[in-house]
Write a protein that binds this ligand. Structure first.
Ligand SMILES: [Zn+2]
Length: 201
């Protein structure tokens, strides 16, 4: 995972990578050579291809998925709209190819930095999408609802049979020296990228 705009990571970032036109939906695009900027919120790596692909993030949650059984991998961009639409379910289904979907341990997931529940105030209509994960919501009489995207994602991943392999448990808004944050800046002035490539060992 690279930090956009910070030179110290430059040596680890490939010279070019596929990008998506991200729309906060649930569609994953299969990585292939020669693609333009497709519309979607995740990349599916079903076989090794000699290209890198990326999702851009500026408070949403970046997630990487891998199935040992099928050898497939995915990287996805998860905001509240994508989580509500089922982007992680799409990713798990694509990885598991049916037979192992929902089976415990069928895939691994890594969660990157995103806006934390400390900083993510949402309206009731957003909160209402996640009432099935009570631990992800806090409500205060004066300030309404506060949402924990990571807890929503962890709950969904567990429900689809995934196991958490790693988490960067940091709030993008609270760490200005490390991360870009849409909520802190009030606009997208920079973003993190989750970059992936599937290689055969
Ligand atoms: Zn915070």
């Amino acid at each position: 995972m690279g930090h956009g705009g910070e030179n110290r990571w430059e040596a680890e970032i490939p010279a070019s990578f596929l990008r998506l036109r991200q729309v906060h939906g649930k569609r994953l695009v299969e990585v292939a050579s020669g693609l333009g900027q497709e519309e979607g919120d995740g990349w599916l790596f079903s076989r090794p291809v000699a290209v890198w692909a990326a999702v851009g993030i500026a408070d949403c949650l970046p997630v990487a998925l891998f199935s040992r059984e099928t050898g497939r991998a995915a990287i996805v961009h998860c905001g509240y709209r994508g989580l509500a639409a089922g982007i992680l379910e799409s990713g798990a289904e694509e990885l598991c190819q049916g037979p192992t979907f929902g089976k415990t341990g069928s895939f691994l997931a890594w969660l990157g930095p995103c806006i934390g529940p400390c900083c993510y105030q949402v309206q009731e209509d957003v909160a209402s999408s996640f009432m099935d994960v009570p631990a992800a919501l806090a409500s205060h009489p004066d300030s309404g609802w506060w949402l924990d995207l990571r807890r929503v994602a962890r709950s969904r991943i567990a429900a689809y049979g995934g196991e958490i392999a790693g988490i960067v448990d940091e709030c993008t808004r609270c760490h200005p020296k490390l991360y870009h944050s849409y909520r802190r800046a009030g606009a997208v002035i920079g973003r993190q990228f989750l970059i992936g490539r599937l290689v055969r060992k």
